[in-house]
Design a protein around this ligand. Structure first.
Ligand code: HEM
Length: 398
């Protein structure tokens, strides 16, 4: 069976091809994958001169402006550094586990909901859990429906009706949020009128909320999978040593932080992002013309042999003191001024959940860890077949 080049499995096959840029053009379509840190640096540092994002994300621009402005909407507090630092890790108190009596595991849906509620906890008025749940159900349904179409399956009429309802539910949720975030919104408009006026912003908000929540949950899933597979002693003894750090920016501070980085290297949830050439230019022997599509894949660049020793091997020590990492070879959140605005928030939430899971459970592995890289928008490790969770005895009620 042939694997599409732009799928996680296809990308992994390309990782061993030693080339700074791979041409994957077909027919009239001109497309390239930028692999080497140098090529990526040359393009990302020239954002707005050489390249742009394929679709303009208005909400993103608005978001960045608001974050910079002092005293501006509390609605965006969750992306501001001060809020991120004071985020209460006790917040995800709701259970993220499911159990069938014998088997105790992390429940993907419950984790998604807990992450979403923590992620949006800084936005103006608290969002009722029922709305979060409706949004998550709708987004999962839309994602499923689109993947059916992508795989050339035609969903039946009931699924098409559910899909239409799901899209409506997603829009209503995002519109309600946009009403809190948006500035200078005209008064006196009905929701449908507001939606038609701000369609692009509201729709991009849907994508960002859903996708970033999935990215965080999936990152947590991959980290727990790696801990289960490779860190038996660390997991058993967790909480008994003095291992503790509150500085998410330090690359040398704390083994758990190194584990998180190594997991983001091997399994970057956002495994593909894109730019379009705005004009003609040459780079690493390739000539690009305006309109060319340029792909950047952290999954690929994180494994190029020129930058990483034993690229496919799990080795958190590379992120500990003394390890040498080229910053442009490690891009799970992108890099420089175009990098993901949710980076700090994500680290904080990821760490809060991983610490919670480790403090409540002994995490160990069952059998050999064979990661399955499904072709999902955010690289998804669920269900965590290789992970065995055992409640720490001190926490089991008598
Ligand atoms: C583990 C979690 C996350 C990962 C791995 C991740 C990764 C990324 C990456 C690789 C990009 C592309 C950067 C580029 O095009 O140069 C991006 C963009 C972005 N991310 Fe994140 N992100 C995460 C969480 C979040 C969160 C929590 C938020 C907001 C609440 C967020 C909001 C955004 C936005 C608004 C963009 C820009 C979209 C665009 O302009 O195309 N992300 N993220």
């Amino acid at each position: 069976m042939s694997v599409p080049i732009l799928s996680p499995a296809g990308i992994l096959r390309l990782a061993s091809v030693s080339s700074p840029i791979i041409n994957i053009s077909a027919g009239n379509r001109r497309e390239f994958i930028l692999c080497s840190p140098d090529a990526i640096r040359a393009v990302l540092l020239e954002e707005a001169q050489r390249v742009t994002r394929p679709s303009k994300i208005f909400y993103w621009r608005q978001l960045m402006e608001s974050i910079r402005e002092e005293g501006l909407p509390l609605a965006l507090r969750s992306l501001k550094n001060d809020h991120v630092q004071s985020l209460d890790p006790g917040l995800p108190a709701a259970s993220i586990y499911s159990s069938d009596g014998n088997h105790h595991t992390i429940d993907e849906r419950k984790l998604n909901l807990a992450v979403l509620s923590l992620m949006l906890s800084g936005y103006g008025a608290p969002i009722p859990p029922a709305s979060l749940e409706l949004f998550m159900t709708a987004s999962d349904r839309v994602e499923w429906y689109k993947s059916e179409l992508n795989d050339n399956r035609t969903p039946g009429l009931p699924d098409r009706i559910f899909f239409a309802q799901a899209v409506t539910d997603q829009r209503q949720f995002a519109l309600d949020m946009y009403k809190q975030i948006g500035r200078d919104l005209p008064a006196g408009l009905t929701d449908p009128e507001l939606y038609s006026r701000f369609k692009e912003e509201v729709d991009s908000l849907i994508g960002i909320i859903h996708f970033s929540c999935k990215n965080i949950s999936n990152a947590i899933g991959w980290i727990i999978s790696n801990l289960a597979a490779f860190e038996d002693a660390f997991c058993r003894n967790y909480g008994q040593s003095s291992e503790k750090t509150d500085d998410p920016n330090s690359q040398t501070n704390g083994y758990l932080y190194a584990v998180i980085l190594e997991s983001l290297r091997l399994f970057p949830p956002n495994w593909l992002f894109h730019r379009t050439a705005m004009n003609n230019f040459s780079l690493c022997g390739h000539h690009f013309i305006a309109g060319d599509l340029l792909h950047i894949s952290p999954l690929l660049t994180h494994r190029v042999p020129e930058c990483w020793e034993f690229p496919d091997t799990y080795q958190p020590a590379r992120f500990m003191a003394g390890g040498k990492v080229d910053p442009w070879a490690f891009i799970p959140f992108g890099r420089s001024f175009t990098k993901c605005p949710g980076t700090n928030l994500s680290f904080r939430i990821i760490r809060a959940f991983v610490e919670k899971i480790l403090s409540e459970n002994i995490v160990s592995g069952r059998g050999h860890f064979v990661p399955v890289l499904r072709n999902t928008i955010s690289l998804n490790p669920f269900p965590l077949h290789n992970v065995l969770l055992e409640k720490r005895s001190a926490l089991v009620p008598a």
